[in-house]
Design a protein around this ligand. Structure first.
Ligand code: HEM
Length: 342
């Protein structure tokens, strides 16, 4: 199946290997790029060598600011295929037209660690999906745990400051269980549910291909008649959910800090494409207050025996990136990006 996003991107890609001359970034032909202009044989290098300065400036800027959370990530391209139309619930065409195959990009991440931290630390995993729909991008940002640490977003900076390395030692890297973290948890009892998940044997995935994804927040779908339903999004891995135990995770972190990203890359290179089914829990708007918990509270799950997960489609990750910086590092997700069509 031809990936429409790849076709679109290919119009900006030129394969000029062997044919094009070496040029500056502005297209001016140069015979070589290994010797700077000098005053005399041994220097000093001249400021008038604009090509030298261009090459250095370009190199010095080959970074974007590290994400404040979810800095350590890995991504892949793929497709989403809908099984049955959700026209009863939404007018979004990628969720109603089963003939469409929607290109996607997924970025998995840890939360606490910096870009160079280890993959198998005790932490939450991000699971962010960008659907390149015909009506615009739809970003579904999620985690591998179905609840969150806080109820009110204004506490997020306090929570992340507590989670990050401690101010006097800059320790620990990548891991969540330490004094300032426990100080926060001890004073914010709404975090108890999430902590049970984070400290459980289910927390550290065996492979990114074997973990669930959850939108966590309650979203609202609106159909063509203007009727609304509350929904929660779930990704269910077809390989099942498998985890590392603490001792394994710590050993692997030492022996191969890139364990998860390597596993994902190699599986996709081998054609062993990871797959997830998309599931929705759905509550009609009129039933909003028929539960003994607030359905908008991100520290609570919707019990699946009360609100079953309806499986609606499948995502397959089938292509690795060619350029980690351009595709994975610079991808940006924004759950506020939804298409508006009347
Ligand atoms: C008030 C609450 C929150 C705040 C202020 C917040 C803030 C942030 C920030 C600043 C980033 C980095 C963005 C970037 O630099 O590109 C981020 C990334 C992310 N957040 Fe949150 N976040 C919040 C809650 C959540 C929740 C509840 C989830 C799970 C549903 C979540 C999942 C993610 C994921 C998966 C990423 C990584 C996206 C990527 O791969 O680029 N966040 N968040």
């Amino acid at each position: 199946m031809e990936n429409k996003k790849a076709v679109q991107l290919s119009s900006f890609t030129i394969n000029n290997e062997k044919t094009a001359p070496l040029t500056t970034n502005q297209g001016l032909k140069v015979s070589e790029d290994e010797f700077s202009l000098k005053a005399g044989l041994r220097g000093p290098t001249l400021m008038e060598d604009f090509h030298f300065r261009e090459k250095m400036t370009h190199f010095d800027h080959e970074r974007i600011p590290e994400r404040v959370v979810h800095a350590r990530g890995v991504g892949a391209h793929g497709i989403f295929q809908l099984y049955d139309s959700l026209v009863e619930y939404t007018k979004a065409d990628f969720l109603t037209d089963t003939s469409k195959t929607t290109p996607v990009f997924v970025r998995f991440s840890t939360v606490q660690g910096s870009r160079g931290s280890s993959d198998t630390v005790r932490d939450v995993r991000g699971f962010a999906t960008k659907f390149y729909t015909d009506e615009g991008n739809f970003d579904l940002v999620g985690n591998n745990m179905p609840v969150f640490f806080i109820q009110d977003a204004i506490k997020f900076p306090d929570f992340v400051h507590a989670l990050k390395p401690e101010p006097h030692t800059d320790i620990p890297q990548g891991a969540s269980a330490h004094d300032t973290f426990w100080d926060f948890i001890g004073q914010n009892h709404e975090s108890a549910h999430m902590v049970m998940w984070a400290m459980s044997d289910r927390a550290i995935p065996r492979s990114l291909r074997m973990m669930e994804g959850f939108g966590v927040h309650t979203f609202r779908l609106i159909n063509a008649d203007g009727e609304a339903h509350f929904v929660k999004f779930h990704w269910k891995p077809l390989l099942g959910v498998h985890s590392l135990v603490w001792d394994e995770a710590q050993r692997i972190a030492g022996k191969n800090p890139d364990f998860h990203r390597q596993d994902l890359y190699e599986a996709i290179e081998k054609g062993d494409f990871p797959e997830w089914q998309l599931g929705l829990q759905i509550i009609p708007e009129k039933d909003e207050f028929n539960f003994d918990f607030d359905i908008l509270d991100p520290t609570k799950i919707w019990p699946e025996e009360e609100v079953p997960v309806k499986i609606v489609g499948k995502m397959t990750l089938n292509r690795n990136v060619n350029n980690f910086f351009a595709e994975t590092e610079q991808v940006a997700f924004h759950p506020g990006h939804v298409s508006a069509r009347d």
